[in-house]
Ligand binder design. Structure first.
Ligand code: MTE
Ligand code: MO
Length: 416
C-alpha cells in the first residue's frame, strides 16, 4: 500500500484525529465548567500549541457543533483548525459566524418566502419578496466565505478585534437568483452607476446615529456578474446565523461584503457613507485612522493553510502522514499548492484532491510525507491560475486584515 504514490481521495480514518475530536476537544465542549486545565497543560507541553478554550454557544447558533467551534463572543464563532475535515464543503454546523451587531429576531426566518428586499438604482425599482425572487432565476455557486480579519491572531501588533487564526472561513454552496438577471428584469442599472450597495436588515437602536451601526457595503459594479441573492446554503434555507432569509453573496470578495438579512440592494454612483464602508474595513496603515482613500477590503488574495495533521495540539507519531489543507484564490482558481515540512526551505508539490467546484471555491490539497521523530514546521503555499504566488509575509495594517502570509500560517509540530 505505502509503495503506491496514489493519494486517497479522503483521509477519514486517521485515528489520531478522530481521537482528538472525540476526546480532548470534547472535554472543552462541556463548557467552562468542564474545562480541564490538566488536559490543556498536557497538550501545550506536547506540542507548544495550546488548544483554545471556548464559551457556550449563543442561542441563535445552538444547533451548531460545539466541539468544532471556538466561541469568542456571542457574535464571533471560529471553526477549529482541526475541525475542517477532509471534504471540500464546510458543514453549516461547523461554519464560523461573525456579526458586527446582534442578529435580528429569529422570527424573520419563520416564513422565508415573505421576506422582502428593495431593489434600487434600476430603471424600474421595486420591492420583491423571496417568493417572487425564486421565479426570477436560479444559480448555484460554491464560494469561500472568509472574514477579512481571518489570520488577525498572527499579527504581532495584536490589533483590536477577534484574534481569528484560520477558522473565520469556510467553503459553502449558495443557491439563489443571479443579481445580473434580477437587474436585467428590472430594466437594468440606471446611468452613472459604479457600485452595488447592500444593506443589512438589522434594526437600528433608537438614539444611535444609523451610519455608525448600519451594515451597508458597496462593491464595484463588476461584482454583480457573479453575485447572488441567496436563500439556500448547503442545500437548506439559509439559517439566521448566516443571513437568512436572504443573503447577498459576492463570490471572491471578503466576508463583510456578503450582506446578511439583506433589506436593500442598490446600484449607486457612490460608495455607502456608513462607517463600516467609509472608515472601517480599509487597509489603514498602523497608527492612522481609516478613510475612504485607503483601499477597501474587497477581493480576497490567494491563500492556503494546513488543516491536518498536528493542528490544535494533536500529537504526532513517527511514520507516514497525510498533510492536508485548503487553498483558494479569491476570484481566481488555484493552480497549484506546495507543501514544506522545513518551514519553507524546501517545497514539494501537493495534489489537488476532490471535486473542483469552480474558481470561487477552495481546493483541498494533500501530500503524503514520512516523518521521523523530531521537530518540523509544516507550511503550504498556493499559486493561482494567473501565477500569483501566496505572499510570504503579511501586509501590516491597523485592523489586521487580509493576512495571506504562508509563514504566519505555518505549523510547528513535534513528532515523537
Ligand atoms: N447584515 C449583516 N451582514 C454581514 C455582517 C453583519 O454583521 N450584518 N457581518 C459581515 C462579516 S464581517 C462577515 S465576516 C460575514 C460573516 O458571515 P457568517 O456569519 O455567515 O459566517 O458576514 C458579513 N455580513
Ligand atoms: Mo468579517
Amino acid at each position: 500500500m505505502l509503495s503506491s504514490p496514489r493519494i486517497p481521495e479522503r483521509n477519514v480514518t486517521d485515528p489520531g484525529r478522530r481521537r482528538l475530536l472525540g476526546g480532548a476537544i470534547g472535554t472543552f465542549a462541556i463548557g467552562l465548567g468542564g474545562f480541564s486545565q490538566t488536559a490543556l497543560a498536557q497538550t501545550v507541553a506536547a506540542t507548544g500549541t495550546p488548544v483554545p478554550a471556548s464559551k457556550p454557544l449563543p442561542q441563535y447558533t445552538a444547533w451548531k457543533e460545539a466541539d468544532a467551534l471556538i466561541v469568542h463572543s456571542s457574535n464571533t464563532l471560529e471553526t477549529r483548525r482541526s475541525a475542517y475535515g477532509s471534504g471540500v464543503i464546510t458543514p453549516a454546523d461547523r461554519l464560523f459566524v461573525r456579526n458586527n451587531v446582534p442578529p435580528p429576531d429569529p422570527s424573520i426566518v419563520a416564513d422565508p418566502d415573505a421576506w422582502t428586499v428593495a431593489i434600487e438604482g434600476v430603471k424600474n425599482p421595486r420591492s420583491l419578496s423571496v417568493a417572487e425572487l425564486k421565479g426570477m432565476g436560479l444559480e448555484t455557486t460554491a464560494a469561500v466565505l472568509q472574514c477579512s480579519g481571518n489570520g488577525r491572531g498572527f499579527f504581532p501588533s495584536k490589533p483590536s478585534g477577534t484574534p481569528w487564526t484560520v477558522g473565520a472561513a469556510g467553503c459553502v454552496i449558495w443557491s439563489g437568483v443571479p443579481v445580473r438577471s434580477l437587474a436585467q428584469a428590472l430594466g437594468g442599472p440606471v446611468e452613472g452607476v459604479v457600485y452595488m450597495t447592500g444593506t443589512g436588515g438589522e434594526a437600528i437602536p433608537q438614539g444611535v446615529d444609523p451610519k455608525s451601526v448600519l451594515v451597508e457595503r458597496s462593491v464595484p459594479i463588476k461584482a454583480m456578474e457573479d453575485a447572488l441573492l441567496a436563500w439556500e446554503m448547503n442545500g437548506e434555507p439559509v439559517p439566521l446565523a448566516h443571513g437568512g432569509p436572504l443573503r447577498l453573496v459576492v463570490p471572491g470578495y471578503s466576508g463583510v461584503n456578503n450582506i446578511k438579512y439583506i433589506k436593500r440592494l442598490a446600484f449607486t454612483p457612490k460608495q455607502s457613507d456608513a462607517r463600516i464602508m467609509e472608515s472601517r474595513y480599509r487597509m489603514t496603515p498602523p497608527g492612522e485612522k481609516g478613510n475612504p482613500n485607503q483601499a477597501s477590503i474587497w477581493e480576497m488574495g490567494v491563500k492556503s493553510w494546513i488543516t491536518s495533521p498536528g493542528t490544535d495540539g494533536e500529537q504526532m507519531k513517527a511514520g507516514r502522514h497525510m498533510i492536508e489543507g485548503v487553498a483558494f484564490g479569491g476570484t481566481n482558481a488555484v493552480k497549484s499548492v506546495e507543501v514544506s515540512v522545513d518551514g519553507g526551505r524546501t517545497w514539494q508539490e501537493a495534489r489537488l484532491v476532490g471535486p473542483d467546484l469552480g474558481r470561487f471555491a477552495w481546493r483541498q490539497f494533500a501530500l503524503p510525507v514520512d516523518l521521523r521523530p523530531g521537530s518540523y514546521v509544516l507550511a503550504s503555499r498556493a499559486t493561482d491560475v494567473n501565477g500569483k504566488v501566496q505572499d510570504e509575509l503579511r501586509i501590516d495594517n491597523s485592523a489586521g486584515y487580509n493576512n495571506t502570509s504562508w509563514r504566519d500560517h505555518a505549523l510547528p509540530v513535534m513528532v515523537a
